[in-house]
Design a protein. Structure first.
Length: 181
């Protein structure tokens, strides 16, 4: 009888262990992405991709808006505006600026930030940071002189330049000024 009970016990254990083995559930990439996306929507109210894109845009905006040292600039931007092209629906950026240093300038690099009619970042020529654009001039500029320059940024939605600033100036004597980073 003992061998019979042992045989039944071994058979039962084998049968139970075979039946209760953990099942491997295969998750596809789509299922995993859907689970992650549902978590992101619950936590942030948007998909993970949308949230990451907004975070990158905000970081780029903060980095590009860094204007520490602008008070020491040899160039003062007097006015910045969006102008409509006569020949198309595209808009351009026009800056009016003054050389407030005592030296002649041989080149200036500018950055600007603009918005559209809905106060959202406008397309101003920068492909990696919405709302930003840049331009330069290499026209000689005497001390105290006021100049205007215009850049075709091929924007269809720009309405207003919120801020424009020089970030690098090259003087005729070979020296230069750069916005502190």
């Amino acid at each position: 009888m003992k061998p019979f009970l042992i045989a039944i016990a071994v058979y039962s254990l084998c049968f139970i262990s075979c039946e209760s083995s953990p099942r491997v559930v295969e998750t596809t990439k789509e299922k995993k992405a859907a689970q992650l996306d549902s978590f992101s929507r619950a936590k942030y109210g948007e998909s993970a991709d949308e949230h990451v894109k907004k975070m990158v845009q905000e970081t780029m905006k903060n980095a590009l808006f860094d204007t520490v040292g602008l008070s020491k600039s040899p160039i003062k931007v007097i006015s910045a505006k969006i102008v409509q092209q006569d020949y198309s629906t595209f808009r351009s950026v026009k800056l009016r600026y003054k050389n407030i240093s005592g030296k002649a300038i041989s080149g200036i690099r500018f950055k600007w930030y603009g918005t559209n009619a809905f106060n959202e970042p406008a397309d101003l020529g920068n492909s990696f940071a919405e709302g930003f654009g840049a331009g330069f001039t290499d026209e000689e500029m005497r001390a105290g002189k006021v100049e205007s320059s215009q850049w075709d940024v091929l924007s269809r939605d720009a309405k207003k330049i919120q801020l424009a600033w020089p970030y690098e100036v090259s003087f005729a004597d070979g020296t230069s000024w750069k916005l502190a980073k």
